[in-house]
Design a protein around this ligand. Structure first.
Ligand code: SAM
Ligand code: SF4
Length: 460
């Protein structure tokens, strides 16, 4: 079969789920297009969008605006917008941007080849049909260097947290068959992969609706048993559905990394209730305590929203208090952003931007204190690192990640990229650590010769 001559450039906004979707997009188009990292040489330019906050949506609109001139200069370029904003806006986006050739929603990615063919013929197709589905076959092809893979295990969400647009733009929850997940994961490991992250909006409810009875901890056990797997992670775990079985998995499965992302959102019970999160602060903290008991040294990260409608000073103080008690290693924090269709957007007592901004600053400076404290606790320790790429801080340093998810920079040759090795932690910084290699890599198969042409994608 002749190799494709046309090129596709994909610009991805948003979460790991979107990164995984962009990989699927490249794969379904692979018969006709090769992926390029240079937007200016693309025949097809796709934007994979995020609608979670207004700011993410604005970034997409501003990029779209700047591409107007491009399209004028190169009218043969096919320009498409996909993902969550496309799902939310549909035809409206096409009307607002006459230079756009194609709109595809969160499920349209699987129908891309046909949609792109129609766009080439000038049809300006819009596909926002929302019936969650997966590609018919497991992925067997990995983009770039086969080091870390994102494997989608479920789509959509049934939780309807009152602030969140995900159930509206990604549809109802649907789990992927375990056999397909295992085939995909095995193919990745056979290609030399080392770390797998299983993805879903609420992985703890994995398995509901599947013909075979299987829970998330059971799936984890099956993936963890695959030969060649060094590291296993997952995201995201909803605190309400975190089961004792999952706690045991942390204690029992060697590849499962000692890190859990457990978004709490708020530390005040009345706000958690208004958010429809389904747990109290006491239940959350109890789960944190039994996780730490089952897996001493586990690192915890979280998501927090400040300025949810009706949040008082005292509610906010309870969030700060919970952060101290849970001693989070890392937190992703956001100002509440009202989203279309969500219930909270219609709640009374929306807070002014200045209040949200002031609370966000206070919360982030507390988290900085907690993070540096956790980093200092690692000083002098010897830890395993997976060497991910070149350091952003200095081009003659490498960077990698501990099993507990902290980024470490250290000196070493490029040939070590892709290896597992031991480091001693020598310095603690607010967002990273510095390390000293104690040995040559534990694994003998360096990744350097298999790196993509540009190392850009592999720096942390
Ligand atoms: N499924 C995950 C969970 O339940 O925790 C969260 C997925 S969401 C893509 C990632 C994070 O974005 C959320 O945990 C929340 O903190 C934040 N987020 C979602 N909607 C938001 C909104 N309307 N305003 C501000 N932050 C929001
Ligand atoms: Fe959104 Fe809640 Fe579903 Fe997470 S669990 S994706 S926050 S609705």
């Amino acid at each position: 079969m002749a190799l494709p001559t046309k090129k596709v450039y994909i610009r991805t906004f948003g979460c790991q789920m979107n990164v995984a979707d962009s990989e699927v997009m490249a794969q379904v188009l692979a018969d006709d297009y090769v992926l390029t990292e240079r937007a200016e040489e693309a025949d097809l330019y796709l934007i994979n969008t995020c609608a979670i906050r207004r700011k993410s949506e604005e970034k997409v609109r501003s990029l779209l605006g700047s591409l107007k001139v491009w399209k004028k200069r190169r009218p043969q370029l096919v320009l498409g917008v996909g993902g969550c904003v496309a799902q939310q806006e549909g035809e409206r986006l096409l009307a607002a941007a006459p230079h756009l050739d194609l709109i595809f929603g969160t499920q349209g990615i699987y129908r891309l080849p046909e949609l792109v063919r129609r766009a080439w013929m000038g049809a300006r197709p819009v596909d926002v049909e929302l019936a969650p589905c997966f590609p018919p076959l497991p992925r067997r092809q990995w983009l770039g260097a086969p080091l870390q893979a994102l494997v989608t295990i479920m789509q959509g969400c049934n939780n309807f947290c009152t602030f969140c647009v995900v159930p509206y733009v990604r549809g109802r929850e649907m789990s992927r068959e375990p056999g397909v997940i295992l085939t995909e994961a095995s193919a990745f490991l056979a290609a030399g992969g080392k770390e797998i992250t299983l993805l879903g909006q609420n992985v703890n409810s994995y398995g509901r609706g599947l013909p075979e009875s299987v829970t998330f901890p059971q799936l984890l056990r099956r993936v963890a048993a695959l030969p060649g797997l060094n590291r296993l992670r997952f995201a995201t775990s909803h605190p309400r559905d975190l089961s004792p079985d999952l706690r045991l998995a942390f204690a029992e499965l060697p590849p499962l990394c000692e890190h859990l992302h457990l978004p709490v959102q708020s530390g005040a019970n009345r706000i958690l209730q208004a958010m429809n999160r389904g747990y109290t602060r006491e239940e959350y903290l109890e789960k944190v305590a039994w996780l730490r008991q089952a897996c001493p040294g586990i690192a915890l990260s979280t998501d927090l929203i400040v300025g949810f409608p009706g949040e008082t000073d005292s509610d906010f103080a309870q969030t700060l208090d919970l952060m101290r008690e849970a001693a989070f290693d890392q937190a992703f924090s956001f100002k509440y952003s009202p989203r279309p269709q969500t219930r909270a957007a219609g709640f009374p007592d929306q807070l002014p931007e200045e209040v949200k901004a002031e609370r966000l600053t206070r919360l982030q400076s507390l988290q900085d204190e907690l993070t540096i404290k956790a980093h200092r606790g690692l000083l002098g320790q010897v830890r395993e690192v997976l060497v991910e790429g070149l350091s952003r801080r200095s081009p003659d340093q490498l960077c990698g990640r501990l099993r507990t998810n902290q980024v470490v920079n250290f000196p070493g040759p490029r040939e070590w990229i892709g290896s597992l090795m031991l480091l001693q932690i020598t310095e603690a910084h607010p967002h990273s650590l510095q390390g000293r290699p104690l040995e040559v890599p534990l694994t003998s198969q360096p990744l350097a010769d298999r790196l993509p042409a540009s190392p850009k994608e592999l720096s942390c």
